[in-house]
Design a protein around this ligand. Structure first.
Ligand SMILES: C[S@@+](CC[C@H](N)C(=O)[O-])C[C@H]1O[C@@H](n2cnc3c(N)ncnc32)[C@H](O)[C@@H]1O
Length: 417
């Protein structure tokens, strides 16, 4: 179902499975370009990078594929109506005129997520309420009954987006956020978001299946916690689709236009690629907390990736990295959720370990929100990428090591902004 603005009117029409339409993939700060690359590789066309989102075109098969495969998308949305509204009354009128009965099932449930900006629609909640009223009033008038609201597990998740007076209505094709991969059996107290972990790996260049020169690259997380980086790294190395372990399905499965046969064929196509690439590197994780390593092992067992990942228990400072070229990406404590007695001393020890144990074969990246403690690492980051971990403003820092990195300590750049 597509509803377009034509000569100022809202009109509706049926979309064949091969018909192309616009979609929007939502993501996080600084992950827009890697998401655009992912979508391009899946066959998306007319890609435009936006702020924490990527707009693209494709058909229903691409909508299924993007949901199943994109590691760095939080949600895939399908815009279905666009119009201008001068105020809440006009918003109500124009929403009322949409043929909702072609989109929503009267016996189904829905919810509306809204974001508004500009001076006209200052209360996003009120705009969502007006939209909801228009939808249920139309159903009541035409059918004598209405779909109910369910904010927990709705059949249809609608997004209302208003910028100044420009209104866009979108259907959320993902349902539950795509960071919910389904592989977590246990977590530590500060697990990193799965989409962020996958994005950091891509920013750090972990792309073994698209670059044969990386086939023997190792991966190491010296503070792996419950193993999010390790699992995302192993899934990418084995070409396992991002949602392979997802339980509970996707939002699009409840849509009227959902085609089970097409979905199964897209899924089978992607599943056939699993393990097709011969990854020969080693993936290692280490953590000082035995309990958290046990949770990590449980997560790995659940994904059946436990043979691909080697775990160690101990202080990162005592642990050598794997031999040979190794990418190290880690998420040390920031002192927000995990209390470390002396965070400055811990970061100093981290810097010493980079210099003394890792050397030129290792490419090191770390994410932190603790800009003060970071100064104690004593090495000059060659890149500083702003990222967001939950509500925390973070930097993703790259350290290129070479033999004699200690000299670099003297010239360390302490400015992190
Ligand atoms: C922010 S958590 C990592 C979370 C992980 N990325 C995940 O998704 O579960 C930081 C981890 O560093 C570990 N840690 C703290 N000090 C350590 C040390 N000296 N050596 C090794 N691990 C340490 C903690 O036990 C904790 O699991």
């Amino acid at each position: 179902m597509i509803i377009q603005k034509k000569h100022g009117k809202v009109v509706a029409g049926d979309a064949a499975a091969t018909e192309k339409f616009k979609m929007v993939a939502k993501t996080m700060v600084s992950l827009e370009d890697v998401l655009a690359d992912e979508l391009r590789a899946l066959g998306a066309e007319n890609i435009t990078v936006l702020n924490r989102a990527v707009e693209f075109e494709g058909d229903m098969r691409l909508l299924y594929r993007a949901n199943y495969c994109c590691r760095t998308a939080l949600a895939i949305l399908k815009p279905f109506a666009q119009f201008d509204a001068a105020d809440n009354d006009e918003l109500y009128d124009k929403v009322y005129r949409i043929a909702w009965e072609k989109i929503l099932n009267v016996d189904g449930t829905f919810m509306i997520d809204s974001t508004t900006s500009g001076e006209v629609f200052t209360h996003s909640y009120y705009a969502a309420l007006k939209t909801k009223d228009a939808i249920v009033d139309r159903f009541r008038r035409n059918f004598g009954k209405r779909p109910n609201i369910d904010t927990e597990n709705p059949d249809y998740k609608l997004n209302l987006h208003i910028r100044d007076t420009h209104v866009t209505l979108l259907l959320n094709a993902s349902g539950d956020s795509l960071h919910k991969r389904g592989y977590r059996q246990g977590v530590g107290i500060a697990p990193i978001n799965e989409v962020l972990a996958a994005g950091l790996l891509k920013l750090a260049g972990w792309d073994p299946t698209h670059n044969s020169q990386l086939a023997t690259l190792n991966f190491y997380d010296p503070m792996c916690g419950s193993g999010t980086m390790l699992i995302e790294a192993a899934m990418a190395a084995n070409n396992i689709p991002a949602q392979y372990y997802r339980t509970g399905g996707f939002g699009f499965m409840r849509w009227k236009e959902f085609n089970l046969g097409e979905w199964k064929s897209v899924k089978a196509e992607e599943d056939r690629k699993i393990g097709a690439f011969d990854f020969e590197g080693e993936i290692w994780g280490n953590d000082i907390d035995e309990q958290v390593i046990m949770q990590c092992e449980r997560n790995l067992q659940h994904t059946k990736l436990h043979h691909d990942v080697m775990l160690h228990i101990g202080d990162f400072a005592d642990q050598e990295p794997p031999e040979g070229k190794t990418l190290i990406v880690t998420n040390p404590p920031y002192g927000e959720r995990i209390k470390v007695e002396d965070l400055n001393a811990m970061y100093e020890k981290l810097g010493d370990t980079f210099k003394q144990k890792y050397g030129k074969d290792c490419d090191v990246w770390l994410i932190t929100s603790d800009f003060e403690a970071m100064k104690h690492i004593g090495l000059h980051p060659s890149k500083k990428i702003p990222v967001q971990n939950g509500s925390l403003d973070c930097r993703f820092l790259h350290f290129e090591l070479y033999d004699g990195s200690k000299k670099a300590a003297k010239n360390a750049d302490h400015s992190l902004d």
